[in-house]
Ligand binder design. Structure first.
Ligand SMILES: [Zn+2]
Length: 211
């Protein structure tokens, strides 16, 4: 039986959403409501690019993502799965260039995103550290002019990784692909597309379908 989840209105970050066992629309793709909560919203281009990147990465798992703003949640929509994504820090990209940083001193091991786990159970609350993800922009190629778009791609890759934990309900990591434990900042903005292994995509889908 596929679980249908609904986010309780007005209690986005404190209350675990109400579960209902039914109704399930047979034969449809599992839908995931993704509720975005920004400390400071990035520009529209970055947000739209992030959404496209996540959708592309999640496509092989056969799920549909429905993007919502947490503050506009009325608690009247049902999804097969849901997740609340909080974006912490300064998510807006300034127009001017960042101060030149020594790449060797940059925090390669900084946390980019986290997902809440209580007593071994993965909860649908993830956080993305905008200031840390923004450091990836220092690795942009010289011909890569659009910082908003590059930031959107980087955010999308971090979000997709956290969605893997929430949707597949796992704390474990893969050895390859986007489900592995660490990703270099360089790869976050790199031209090479990042994807999940086939089994990780399958794990996401099967978990949503309750298999
Ligand atoms: Zn992880």
């Amino acid at each position: 039986m596929v679980r249908v989840l609904m986010l309780a209105a007005g209690a986005v970050l404190t209350v675990w959403p109400v579960h209902a066992e039914d109704p399930v629309v047979a034969g449809t793709k599992p839908s995931v409501g993704v509720y975005l909560d920004f400390d400071s919203a990035p520009g529209d281009v970055a947000v739209e690019t992030m959404k496209r990147e996540v959708e592309e990465i999640l496509e092989p798992s056969g799920v549909t993502l429905d993007w919502r703003l947490a503050k506009e949640n009325r608690g009247n929509e049902a999804f097969t799965g849901l997740v609340v994504l909080r974006f912490k820090g300064k998510c807006r990209i300034e127009a001017w260039a960042p101060p030149v940083q020594n790449l060797a001193e940059m925090g390669e091991t900084d946390t980019l995103g986290t997902t809440k786990v209580v007593k071994g159970r993965v909860l649908p609350f993830s956080e993305v550290e905008c200031d840390q993800v923004k450091q990836a922009l220092a690795y942009m190629r010289p011909d890569q002019k659009d910082r908003q778009r590059a930031f959107g791609v980087a955010l999308g890759r971090v979000v997709a990784h956290e969605l893997y934990h929430v949707l597949a309900r796992t704390t474990s990591h893969a050895t390859l692909g986007l489900a592995k434990a660490t990703e270099s900042l360089e790869d976050l903005v790199g031209p090479r597309s990042l994807s999940f292994r086939e089994e990780d995509s399958r794990a996401i889908r099967n978990s949503l379908l309750g298999r």
